[in-house]
Design a protein around this ligand. Sequence first.
Ligand code: SAH
Length: 257
Amino acid sequence: AALREGYERFDPRAYLRNNYLPPRADFSSEEFVVPWKLRCLAETFASGEIRGRTLIDVGSGPTIYQLLSACDHFEEIVATDYLAVNREELGRWARGEPGTFDWSPFIRHVCKIEGRGEPWQEKERRLRGRLRRILPIDVHRPDPLGTPLRPPADGLLSAFCLEAVSPDRAAFARALAHVGSLLRPGGHALLLGALGESFYLAGAARLPVVPLAEEDVRAALVGAGFVLRDFRSYAMPPALRTGVDDVDGVFFAHAQK
Ligand code: SAH
């Protein structure tokens, strides 16, 4: 209930400012956190092994950076979020309406690190075209979308959602199992998330987070029926500890169901 109340005050604009503008979104060096996240995804998708018809992104929030490498490998991207304000923000971006957040520095950077010489506008167009469904979701329900996804997704992505909506590690593990049910057996899951974080700010909202250790993430994945394929972590440098949260680091996990 406390979490639900917190999210009623979630301000997408403030969240974007806190996490997706400098100093965290600084593309001048790979030492900053946003380039680190984008590289994890770009390198993982570069293998060509993770692909299919549908990819579902759980708890997309108001952001699309997590879909930039993924969108080349799936025919359809399904974005999801609990909050209507976030789904609306994503819808405005997908339709190319004016006044939405400027993701172009992210798109340029991903095109650069993918190294195929693709003009960034082409990637933007491809993602907009493939982002056809933006659905409500609640990861605390065994059936997070309210109805089963048919056919199930070929790929699952979730960034900074499960730990940010779970009161404790057991709830995090259950939420992971719930969203895992949206994925077909053999499908790949990519998770990005916060390590050792107890809260973050989004305007007037102060959201509690379950502080995770690397081992908690590994154990929850195995418990939810996944085989771990890759695990990486990033230590938040002092210059990026700006007071918008108390995060210690970031994990990236690639697992297969
Ligand atoms: N994926 C984005 C946003 C993460 S913020 C990023 O990488 O930055 C956490 C998100 O979880 C918010 O958008 C919030 O609206 C969403 N959320 C809150 N409660 C949820 C719930 N019960 N189920 C799924 N998502 C939820």
